[in-house]
Ligand binder design. Structure first.
Ligand code: ADP
Ligand code: ZN
Ligand code: ZN
Length: 804
């Protein structure tokens, strides 16, 4: 008797444990841990994950597994363990943890199909399938199982004869192209070639190719490679030496581009010193966390590349995480250039199908390296040899919905399981990481100088209050304007950076200071110029801009603040001849536009690149010699204990865009608070002093890294209910945790209402609290009823990055 222990897709407290199901006899050899199955659950059929297969069950009458959804496991043993860890550390249900690790194609409703991918004469297809496939190479799963046992299908998949595919219903257009495949064996071809006339040299060339290459090849590629026309191939097809066949190709989003192959560079002394301990950890199969701390342009990426090479030579695999916005073609090129098609790329710009294709390459071990954003940390490799997180301080590594995990933590957990190194790289490490390196928990590796000792750019701080006093009301200081013009003359390029985070363009009354807010959420509405409307970024509420102030009836109510559009307009007024490329969410929302705009700038088709956060990273163009930050301090005013750290990191990052090559760079920070230490120290690129100042403040206020924090946010439509629940929770937490732990609350959240729901919070600061997870779990359990019945929401964020 075989029993499957199944985690069912019913996210609730009562179902957050494995249920036993009997595996029917015909599926006994099919079902394995890590597969998804359909099982009866009450009156319904639900999906679930097989956690393990066992021989006995303590229950008497068991229901049976209905059918498997996969023929090969979608989660390997290690990922099942990792799911367990995820659910424990982030307090999410196991089913949510498992689902978070899969590509979206395996999550939602997609059509499942079985597809014939190779015709192996030595392998007999089951009769019915043979006929099905004769008319179409891909058949609905439901059809296929009518003609063949699941066991037989599983065998086909394992042999590489067939594959399971998921297609979005309706728009399931498969991408197929004409391929050429060899029909004759290599020996037969050799004999055939000798029978050809001397003039048929092109045909001989093609035959020569197929004697050595027995795989299908795209016709387009074949013609390109042999530099011949299609007629030579046609002749051979007519003679049945070759055949044409439409085959699906991987929708590789980078396929069109050529990747110049790069070779490892001889390392500098600093790089060699930094890489040695990583190599040691790789060859000793020893888990260790390294913090690679090196200014921008110090050669960190080359260290990553050569560490990966070391891992590949050992026959193991590598994961490289890059922040989403830095996952530019430039970045990807560096990995593809070195490791070619051993690299898979995973990022949010891919369609569901493309993501699935990339994931499948990993699962089928067709690639050895994955470069991707946060969720790529779950790449289903089985022989991980290294995990690298570039720009490790970036907030995007924290997922802000369930499961609220941090990719850094998940990386370290996987590194432990695989006994492999984890390398965290940054020019401005997160305070938490640097503190751990100081304490020896991580091993600190430094790259203190830029390549070829190129100097860091000069930074000048401009006090915008002085500009105003001197009568300059424009958003450009005089010195910035002067330098902009200078660069135009020299035909060099400028990057203008506008920090949009925490700096929306709102509508304000100049007379009484009234700001138009969303009636449902407690934030100011953002002004959209083209539609002359105001919009709430949380709930989508829209309204016309008022002509009169609702408070004092003044007509001096208008749009205030600066958006990129506005800057662009101003710019064309003061320097009409400037060619400007604007990059923000509006101009880059279409697929591929991001890349296109960057390419245009790189090709020198514009003088100025104007943009938001998305241009702060990864740009590496030789002609950029000036970087202007229009308002360096906007982020300082967020209600967040990390606001200084974020400001410092961003400013340092932006400055790094200038003067990365032969031409020296200059940077200008415009600010209303020039004396703030994070601006001052960013201008000197002095991370070490920033670290010291900031650590002092963190210690004085009991914030991370001295304390851990956990944030509980309660929300409900009724204010009284929200307050009451938060109060109760705060009381329980205070009572159950140690007296040394600080419990703040209940207080209204910085954004006290979203979509008509009031929000209150309780903040817990602690050093050691072994029972915390249990206490929190019991709180969630206690309110389970109200959460499902009366719309109460309780979110628990362990180590939160957004405190609003
Ligand atoms: P980081 O990742 O720290 O910003 P990069 O790896 O991008 O730095 O290196 C900056 C520049 O220096 C790149 O153009 C890179 O090709 C070059 N570079 C890196 N290592 C070497 C080396 N050992 N010899 C010569 N050039 C190098
Ligand atoms: Zn007013
Ligand atoms: Zn709103």
């Amino acid at each position: 008797m075989s029993i499957a222990k199944v985690i069912v897709d019913v996210p609730a407290k009562q179902t957050d444990r494995p249920f036993d199901y009997l595996i029917p006899e015909h599926l006994e050899e099919v079902i394995q841990p890590g597969m998804r199955v359909i099982v009866p659950f009450g009156p319904r059929k639900v999906q679930g994950f097989v956690e393990s297969v066992e021989e006995t069950s303590s229950f008497k009458s068991l229901k049976k597994v209905i059918e498997p959804m996969d023929v090969v496991p979608v989660l390997n043993e290690e990922l099942l363990l990792l799911g367990d860890w995820l659910s424990k550390t982030t307090l999410c249900y196991k089913i949510s943890a498992y689902q978070a690790m899969l590509p979206p194609a395996l999550k939602a409703k997609y059509e499942r199909k079985l597809k014939l991918v190779s015709e192996n004469a030595n392998f007999m297809l089951p009769d019915g399938l043979e006929q099905l496939f004769a008319s179409e190479p891909s058949v609905l799963w439901e059809e296929a199982v009518k003609f063949a046992s699941i066991h037989a299908i599983q065998k086909l998949v394992k042999e590489g004869i067939a594959e399971v595919h998921y297609e979005v219903q309706s728009k399931g257009k498969k991408k197929t192209t004409k391929h050429i495949i060899p029909l004759m064996s290599a020996e037969e071809m050799l004999i055939y070639a000798e029978s050809l006339a001397k003039q048929a040299s092109k045909q001989k060339q093609v035959i020569e190719f197929f004697i050595h290459n027995r795989e299908p090849i795209e016709q387009r590629q074949l013609l390109e490679r042999l530099n011949i026309s299609s007629s030579a191939v046609k002749g051979l097809v007519e003679r049945q030496v070759l055949a044409e066949k439409n085959l699906e190709i991987y929708r590789d989003p980078y396929e069109q581009r050529q990747f110049a192959k790069t070779e490892p560079l001889p390392l500098t002394g600093e790089q060699s010193t930094a890489i040695a301990p990583i190599h040691a950890s790789i060859s000793n199969d020893k888990h260790e966390v390294f913090l690679l701390y090196g200014v921008t342009g110090s050669g960190k990426t080359e260290v990553y590349l050569q560490s990966i090479q070391n891992v590949l030579e050992k026959g193991e695999e590598a994961i490289v995480l890059v922040p989403e916005i830095a996952l530019t073609p430039q970045m990807v090129n560096r990995f593809k250039g070195r490791f070619g098609d051993q690299v898979a790329v995973l990022h949010s710009g891919l369609s569901v199908g493309e993501k699935y294709d990339e994931w499948r390459k990993i699962q089928r071990k067709e690639v050895k390296v994955v470069v991707g954003a946060r969720s790529a940390i779950f790449a289903p490799f089985e022989n991980l040899g290294i995990i690298i997180i570039d720009e490790e301080h970036e907030m995007t590594y924290k997922q802000e919905e369930n499961p609220r995990y941090h990719a850094r933590d998940a990386a370290i957990e996987r590194g432990k399981i695989h006994n492999c190194p984890v390398v965290l790289g940054s020019a401005t490490p997160a305070l938490e990481s640097f503190a751990r390196a100081q304490k020896g928990v991580y091993t600190l590796l430094s790259l203190p100088s830029r390549m070829n000792n190129r100097p860091l750019p000069e930074v000048e701080i401009v006090d915008m209050r002085e500009e105003l006093k001197e009568g300059n009301r424009s958003m450009f200081s005089r010195v910035l304007l002067e330098k902009l013009k200078d660069r135009m003359e020299k035909q060099e390029q400028t990057v203008l950076f506008l920090n949009k985070r925490g700096h929306s363009s709102f509508v304000m009354c100049r007379d009484c200071g009234y700001v138009v807010k969303c009636p449902h959420c407690d934030i100011s509405l953002t002004y959209h110029r083209y539609s002359n409307q105001m919009k709430c970024h949380y709930c989508g509420y829209e309204d016309q801009t008022p002509l009169q102030c609702p408070e004092c009836n003044s007509e001096h109510i208008r749009y205030f603040g600066t958006g990129t559009q506005k800057v662009e307009e101003e710019l064309t007024k003061v320097i009409p001849e400037a060619k400007v490329i604007r990059m923000d969410v509006d101009t880059t929302s279409r697929k591929g536009s991001h890349e296109k705009l960057l390419k245009e700038f790189q090709d020198g088709n514009a003088d100025i690149l104007l943009g938001t956060q998305m241009i702060a990273k990864g740009l590496d163009f030789p002609r950029i010699t000036l970087v202007g930050v229009l308002s360096a301090d906007t982020m300082l005013h967020l209600p967040d204990f990390r606001s200084s750290e974020k400001t410092f990191q961003l400013l340092t990052q932006v400055s790094g865009r200038a003067g990365r090559h032969e031409l020296a760079g200059e940077v200008i920070f415009q600010t209303y608070t020039p004396e703030h230490y994070s601006i001052e120290l960013a201008s000197q690129q002095d991370y070490d002093r920033f670290y010291q100042s900031e650590m002092m403040i963190r210690r004085n206020h009991s914030y991370p890294p001295y304390y851990y924090i956990t944030l509980i946010t309660v929300s409900h439509e009724e204010l009284m209910k929200t307050v009451a629940v938060t109060e109760q929770i705060t009381k329980v937490v205070r009572h159950k945790l140690s007296p040394k732990t600080v419990v703040l609350g209940p207080v209204a959240s910085p954004i006290s209402r979203i979509k008509n729901r009031y929000r209150y919070q309780c903040l817990i600061k602690y050093k050691q609290e072994p029972n915390l997870k249990e206490v929190l779990k019991s709180i969630l359990d206690h309110y389970q009823g109200e959460i499902s019945s009366n719309g109460l929401q309780i979110s628990i964020d362990v180590n939160p990055y957004i405190l609003m």
